[in-house]
Write a protein that binds this ligand. Structure first.
Ligand code: AMP
Ligand code: GLY
Length: 438
């Protein structure tokens, strides 16, 4: 029997719990989160509610339960040192220690790391610690196409892109100075033009193994309109590429990730054990790095774990033990589409605490609970993404139809994007990339 401590209470952790339970080994799950996720609760042997920003209660639970290992899902506790806290009580995690979690929590750290160790994939960039030279750098080195990035976790709201959120160099300089005031530094970089893809890799500190590529959809509304969100939905293709992403694009992403893992160890002396999730963009000059995350992507994890063929327990043990080179990790050759149901007003002005009813939906659809709380009289949303539906089929088009067939089963004050994974939207991406590659 294997006992796993699972930290986090979103859809990411729900699909992790499901995948643990699919292991041929007997698995007991000890769940720890800040609310009761009914999907995880149904799979767990024990469910404890507690804070994710302090770790005393978590450590106490670990000491009591003595799990074989832990999996920490969300970015904030990883950045704050949850894996370090668990290691103090001799529990190893599939999640990096704080020192190497800076790969996600500090954008300047990552840009500087790639620069220092000559890892390919960086755009032209500069880190500023005061206002001096920002305007010159933008005007003389970048021109019209620039991006300003706050250097802290801001839930996707700390990045402003010229032409979208910033309408002049002056606005860019002003935002950069505000970022310096808040975090002490700011990253200013070249705006990259292309199609984005998520490439998540299992990493044991030395070896990396990629998962199928996924495309997330950050904008709130159909047609990629509206504010940025945590991700409204995502898809992956049966050949593990994307219809507009080539094998070469993926190989470059894998190579950048491999070299980044090596650079990270050289720089810190600490092995990164967890998920290295690169947000890449395929440009006319190849794959470039937008950012790294130090965890599974949400929703992207719901595209990859349901088609994982290999025993997930074995993978987790190899991540912790440094033996990923000894195992073969396989995914089914299937396409997947994930669509999120979110509260009205999400992300800027979401209603909070509204009740939802989930009716019947076709059995082919997978459903994962996200930011909901199960109370005695039903399921209540928080102010964030609530439920995800996933379709799996031979093509993206068919997987989309499966996921979409469940959307109308939810009643309450909710909305969703109905264009994610449709033929029309995928074709738009293909045409965009064709135009860029020339
Ligand atoms: P990040 O938090 O770094 O993932 O940035 C959020 C979003 O901003 C990304 O998903 C991109 O759409 C966009 N973005 C970030 N950096 C760049 C860049 N250098 N060029 C173009 N878009 C970017
Ligand atoms: N899919 C976006 C994220 O997990 O950060």
């Amino acid at each position: 029997m294997k006992k796993v401590l699972l930290v986090g209470n979103g859809a990411r952790e729900h699909v992790i719990a499901e995948t643990l339970k699919r292991s041929p080994q007997e698995v007991h799950i000890i769940a720890y989160g800040k609310a009761k996720n009914p999907g995880i609760a149904a799979l767990a042997d024990r469910y404890e509610i507690g804070p994710l920003n302090t770790f005393e209660q978590l450590k106490k639970l670990a000491v009591e339960e003595k799990p074989d290992f832990a999996i920490i899902g969300p970015d904030d506790p990883i950045a704050d040192g949850a894996a370090d806290a668990l290691l103090e009580v001799e529990i190893h995690s599939v999640a990096p220690l704080k020192t190497v979690a800076r790969l996600e929590s500090s954008k300047s750290f990552t840009r500087d790391l790639l620069g220092k160790y000559n890892v390919p994939g960086n755009p032209k960039f500069k880190v500023f610690y005061n206002g001096e030279g920002i305007e010159d750098f933008i005007r003389n080195e970048l021109g019209e196409d620039f991006v300003v990035k706050a250097d802290g976790l801001m839930g996707g709201k700390g990045v402003k892109v010229s032409g979208e959120h910033l309408h002049s160099i002056e606005e860019g300089v002003l935002f950069a100075k505000q970022c310096i005031e808040k975090f002490g530094r700011v990253v200013v970089e070249e705006k990259l033009i292309g199609e984005e893809f998520s490439l998540m890799c299992f990493c044991d500190g030395t070896h990396i193994i990629p998962m199928p590529a996924v495309q997330d959809h950050k904008r709130a509304y159909n047609g990629d309109e509206g504010p940025n969100t945590g991700g409204m939905g995502s898809y992956s293709d049966a050949n593990h590429l994307l219809p507009f992403i080539t094998e070469k694009d993926i190989e470059e992403g894998v190579e950048i990730t491999k070299q980044t893992a090596q650079a990270l160890f050289k720089e810190t002396g600490v092995l990164f054990k967890g998920i290295m999730y690169g947000g890449f963009i395929a440009t006319k000059n190849g794959s470039k790095l937008i950012e790294y995350n130090a965890r599974f992507g949400d929703p992207e994890v719901m595209n990859v774990l349901p088609i994982l063929k290999t025993d997930f327990i074995e993978i987790c043990e190899a991540v912790i033990g440094g033996t990923l080179d000894k195992i073969k990790i396989e995914f089914e050759k299937m396409a997947t589409v994930c669509k999120y149901i979110v509260p009205e007003g999400y992300p800027n002005d979401p209603i909070k605490g509204a009740k939802i009813e989930i009716g019947k939906f076709p059995p082919a659809v997978k459903m994962y609970y996200s930011s909901v709380d199960q109370k005695e009289d039903g399921i209540y949303m928080s102010s964030s993404r609530a439920l995800a539906f996933v379709g799996i089929a031979g093509t993206i088009s068919d997987a989309e139809k499966i996921a979409a067939s469940a959307l109308s089963s939810v009643s309450g004050q909710v909305f969703f994007r109905d264009d994610i994974g449709t033929d029309a939207l995928v074709q738009k991406r293909i045409d965009h990339m064709k135009q860029i590659r020339g």
